[in-house]
Every structure is written in structure tokens, then in C-alpha cells.
Write a protein that binds this ligand. Structure first.
Ligand code: PLP
Length: 432
């Protein structure tokens, strides 16, 4: 069966709203290191790591071994009603890494579920369903989480059970405060937060949820210290802070293990997923013990924290730490930023290069600086033709997102820069 036949069958039976990349979508059938191969035998350097899911790359012996040894026991999974050794060990490790005093961990199967759980805990703990989120946010695709997504392309519902108010600070490049210095930007957004609390809430807000760097929204980075200023206001008002680390966790930003650490803030809860399983479905919440334990009813996740995913995740986390992949994210990120900023000087279709470590956003623009989704489309397709897979996103669909596995080598970084130059030059040419 060809990829185009598979595409027709996919379209017939899967939802219309399920996003698919490329004019001619590909089926990935093999992978190794940082490279994936499609059903037609084309091999690509993967600069989106799935969607930041393959944190350490493909076919890593230590991870395969950990999964295989669990499979060999015959216990794929029974239920989480029984003790699971790897679940306990992984929870201990994440609780310690979180820096949250007295932390406890609940495992889920996705980032969406992790955020749904965090919202449930916050609303129960504070007995309020009022939530604050950032404009242009993305937190998942279930009932409550679409309702706190401040990005029209990704939020389908205004019928969610959560009452949400949005504050400024997410998408600085096109924000009314874009021209301000870092300090003034932080002050203006903090003032806006105070104003929203006064004018748009009844004063009983349960929590603020925020991505330290917005992912789907286009890899938007607030200045360091931004959430520190917010946290003071939240503390004054007894509001919990949930840091959505689904994209920013595990050292990907290079300078810190968690994105929120750039703001010198210890949140009340963090949610995580994506990179932890290196491709396996696992997510979770790490929270202050009293917040985690505020539920009085019994609860369970049948699959969250199962033996296979926790064995793979534990091996992934050990690998990340043992090989200092955070350090490599910083190093390769520096080289990429250097090269990409040079490209922005050369090609004015590239309006902004932003991010941290191995989370890099390239905003493509028209001559008048308005968003250029077509230019981003050209970069996506041209990079693929040249053997590089990248991501796309942003409020206007005009941001190319680079987030390769954190095991990236110097040679691969150089190869990607070369392909990106050709692809950006093609977008500049097409814009004329
Ligand atoms: N939170 C953030 C910041 C995300 O980027 C995503 C997914 O892209 C989610 C939550 C939802 O995670 P999942 O797709 O695993 O449900």
C-alpha cells in the first residue's frame, strides 16, 4: 500500500480535525539516532523529535533493554491497583528533581490528562473553578483543557467547565508591549494581571496555569524573572501556580532542567509528558503533597504509570541525566541560534529567531512584517525535500519550530543549518 492510499484510508476513518503535516504526509517506518525513514525509503534528520517526544532519539539500546526486560516478565500491564516498582522509583526521582517541598506524583498517559488532573486538583483545593491562563496558550485537547487554550486555532470550545481569564505575556513579538524593555514588559504584564484579577474575576481564582515557554503558540519566551513577578501577585491572592512543563521539561531549554527555573520560582504543581517516555505514552503531575492529597474520593488511572511506560521513562530519565543532555541542549542550541540569527540578517522573511536551548522558533513574515503562513509552509516543505523534518505552529501558523532530540551532534547541527538556509532562501524567493 502506498502512502497516498494510506492517506485516503486515514481521511475516511479518522477525524477531519486531526492535524497532519505535509502536502504529501509520510509514514515513518524505521528510525535510529536522530533519523527517521519513511515508507518510500526516504531518510530525514528529525528536528521536531516527533513532537518533542523523542527526547533522546530513536533506537537507544538502554531504553529498548528496559522495555524488553519488562516484556520478558510477561507482565505488559495488569492494573495500577497493584504495586509497580518502577512507578514508585520514577515518582521518587521526579519528586526530588521538581524542587517542590513534600512533592507527590500522579502518572497519566498524556499531557492533556496531566493538565486535566492539575486543574481538578487546583479547583478542588481552592473550591473554585476560576482559572487564569496566558493569551496564546495551549494545554491540551480535552474538555477543561481546550477551555483554557488561548489560541483560536487550537481551542474549539467555549463550553468548558472552567471559568478562564487570560492575561498578557505569552506572545511578546506581537504584543502591545512588544517594544518595551524586559523590565518594563514584565511590569506591564504584571499590572495587567492585577487588572484582570480586579475586573474579570470574583477574587476567588484557584490557579494560574502557564507554559514557561509557549510551545504550540510558537516557542515564545518571556524574559527571565517574568513568572517571579507574577508569583508575588499570585501569592498575595492565594492563587496556585501550575507550570505546564510538557514541552519545557527534562533540560530541553539548556540552561535549566525545568522551564520555570528561569524565573526563580517553585510552582505549586508541574505537569509533564512528551519527552519523558522517549516515545512511550506517559505524563503526570508533580504537586505539593497537601494539594495532591486534597481529593477525598478514591481515584485511579488504569494505565497511568503502567510497568512498560514507567520502565521506559525511568531509563530515559537516567539516560538524560547520565549523559548531561541538558548541557548538550545548551551547546547545540548556541550553535543553532548563532547560525539562525545570521540567516535572519540575510533573509528578511525570517522576522524573529527566539527560544532557548533546543526549543527554537523562527517567525516568518511578509514585507510589512505581518505573519506569513505561506512562507512557513514553504520552509516546512522545502526542508522535507532536503531531508529535514521541522515543526510548525504559532497563533498564525507562521512559526517554524525546531526541537531535535537532545542527543544531537555537532555534525547534525551543521547539516540542519545548511538545509534551513536553503529552505529559508526558497521562502524568501517565493515571497517576491
Ligand atoms: N501542554 C503543552 C504545553 C503541550 O504542548 C501539549 C501538547 O502539545 C499538551 C499540554 C498536551 O499534551 P498531549 O498531546 O500529550 O495530550
Amino acid at each position: 500500500m502506498t502512502e497516498s492510499e494510506l492517506l485516503s484510508r486515514h481521511r475516511a476513518v479518522l477525524p477531519n480535525w486531526l492535524a497532519l503535516y505535509y502536502d504529501e504526509p509520510i509514514e515513518i517506518v524505521r528510525a535510529s539516532g536522530r533519523r527517521v525513514t519513511d515508507a518510500d525509503g526516504n531518510t530525514y534528520l528529525d528536528f521536531f523529535a516527533g513532537i518533542l517526544t523523542n527526547a533522546i532519539g530513536y533506537d537507544v539500546a538502554e531504553i529498548s533493554e528496559a522495555i524488553r526486560s519488562q516484556l520478558d516478565s510477561g507482565v505488559l500491564h495488569t492494573s495500577t491497583l497493584y504495586l509497580i516498582r518502577k512507578q514508585v522509583e520514577l515518582a521518587e526521582q521526579i519528586a526530588e528533581l521538581s524542587g517542590i517541598p513534600g512533592a507527590k506524583v500522579f502518572f497519566t498517559n498524556s499531557g492533556t490528562e496531566a493538565n486535566e488532573t492539575a486543574l481538578m486538583l487546583a479547583t478542588q483545593y481552592r473550591r473554585s473553578n476560576q482559572i487564569l491562563a496566558l493569551r496564546n496558550s495551549y494545554h491540551g485537547r480535552a474538555f477543561a483543557t481546550v477551555g483554557i487554550t488561548g489560541n483560536r486555532g487550537w481551542s474549539a470550545s467555549s463550553l468548558s467547565p472552567v471559568k478562564v481569564s487570560y492575561v498578557h505575556g505569552g506572545y511578546r513579538y506581537r504584543s502591545p508591549f512588544a517594544s518595551l524593555s524586559d523590565a518594563d514588559f514584565i511590569a506591564a504584564c504584571t499590572e495587567d494581571l492585577r487588572d484582570v484579577l480586579q475586573t474579570s474575576t470574583a477574587g476567588d481564582v484557584a490557579a494560574m496555569i502557564a507554559e514557561p515557554i509557549q510551545g504550540v503558540g510558537g516557542f515564545n519566551v518571556p524574559p527571565d524573572g517574568f513568572f517571579g513577578a507574577f508569583k508575588e501577585v499570585l501569592d498575595e491572592n492565594g492563587i496556585l501556580l501550575i507550570s505546564d512543563e510538557v514541552q519545557t521539561g527534562w533540560g530541553r531549554t539548556g540552561e535549566h532542567f525545568w522551564g520555570m527555573q528561569a524565573h526563580d520560582v517553585v510552582p505549586d504543581m508541574m505537569t509533564f509528558a512528551k519527552g519523558l517516555g522517549n516515545g512511550l505514552a506517559i505524563g503526570g503531575v508533580v504537586a505539593r503533597g497537601e494539594v495532591m492529597d486534597c481529593l477525598t474520593a478514591n481515584s485511579i488511572s488504569t494505565f497511568g504509570g503502567n510497568p512498560i511506560s514507567t520502565a521506559g521513562a525511568k531509563a530515559t530519565l537516567d539516560y538524560l541525566l547520565d549523559h548531561d543532555l541538558q548541557g548538550n541542549a545548551a551547546k547545540q542550541g548556541d550553535t543553532l541560534f548563532g547560525g539562525l540569527r545570521d540567516l535572519a540578517e540575510k533573509y528578511d522573511v525570517l522576522g524573529d529567531v527566539r527560544g532557548k536551548g533546543l526549543m527554537i522558533g523562527l517567525e516568518l513574515i511578509e514585507v510589512d512584517r505581518s505573519p506569513s503562513p505561506p512562507a512557513a509552509g514553504v520552509v516546512l516543505e522545502e526542508a522535507k525535500k532536503r531531508g529535514l523534518l521541522v515543526g510548525k505552529g504559532g497563533l498564525h501558523g507562521n512559526v517554524i519550530r525546531l526541537a531535535p532530540p537532545m542527543t544531537l551532534t555537532d555534525a547534525e547541527t551543521g547539516e540542519a543549518l545548511e538545509i534551513l538556509e536553503g529552505s529559508i532562501a526558497a521562502a524568501q524567493e517565493a515571497r517576491k
